[in-house]
Design a protein. Structure first.
Length: 235
């Protein structure tokens, strides 16, 4: 577990300086967000979480990242179920395959994260790329904190739109939205300008924006490149 704690400590040292606070001008995601505050993080390039947690007892799930590490490390159904707020399918073959992978064959490369509080709970959404069987897959995970532990939960309604935004957009596009950056793509820059029209990020406009005005070349740059390859067949 030593390497696992090094990962978490490294994350903490990085996120203290990389995390920014934003106030949303429309204070709702379909539910009230505490103080209208979102916290955004772009992980350092190449930041990876490996399946190197030894047991469910040593995976404490104290951070969203450690819950993802526990999912990757889980060696049986009972362990993996401990990471979820809802009932998951018991597929024994999944754990047999996972146990055969070496460290560099199974990991999650973390890209972007947003956290906030609502209805007395803390929530987190993480965008990452999942590596297994020499193949990378785009992925996103939504988590909720309960009793000092983070659990995966099913995003519904407006939260599901945030999930889709993180899942489909590229890491750079998400970063441009949260950091109010120019991208040199006219349609995206126009949308970002509209999101910040009030002087602060209107998160509701971010999740309801459309890509109808984008060219195919712009769309390729806005979407996650792995998502394009896997689901859209765009080269």
């Amino acid at each position: 577990m030593k390497n696992g704690w090094i990962i978490i400590l490294f994350f903490l040292s990085q996120s203290m300086f990389g995390q920014e606070k934003y106030m949303a001008s429309i204070p709702t995601l379909g539910f009230s967000v505490t103080n209208n505050v979102f916290y955004y993080t772009k992980y350092p390039e190449g930041f990876k979480v490996y399946a190197d947690c030894n047991s469910v007892e040593t995976c404490k799930n104290k951070y969203p990242e450690s819950t993802l590490q526990s999912i990757l490390s889980s060696k049986n159904y009972e362990w993996n179920q401990n990471n979820y707020e809802y009932k998951i399918k018991n597929d024994s073959g999944e754990y047999e395959k996972k146990n055969k992978h070496g460290k560099e064959e199974l990991y999650a490369e973390l890209l972007n994260k947003v956290t906030f509080k609502a209805n007395g709970h803390e929530f987190a959404i993480i965008k990452y790329h999942f590596k297994t069987n020499n193949k990378k897959t785009p992925a996103c995970i939504t988590l909720k904190k309960k009793n000092d532990q983070w659990f995966v939960y099913v995003a519904t309604r407006t939260m599901a739109k945030v999930y889709m935004m993180f899942n489909y957009l590229s890491s750079d596009s998400i970063d441009a939205i949260f950091m109010n950056k120019k991208t040199n793509m006219k349609s995206l820059d126009s949308q970002i300008a509209e999101m910040y029209a009030s002087g602060i990020l209107d998160f509701s406009k971010a999740i309801h924006s459309e890509n109808s005005g984008m060219t195919q070349e712009e769309l390729k740059k806005v979407l996650d490149p792995l998502m394009i390859q896997q689901y859209f067949g765009m080269n």
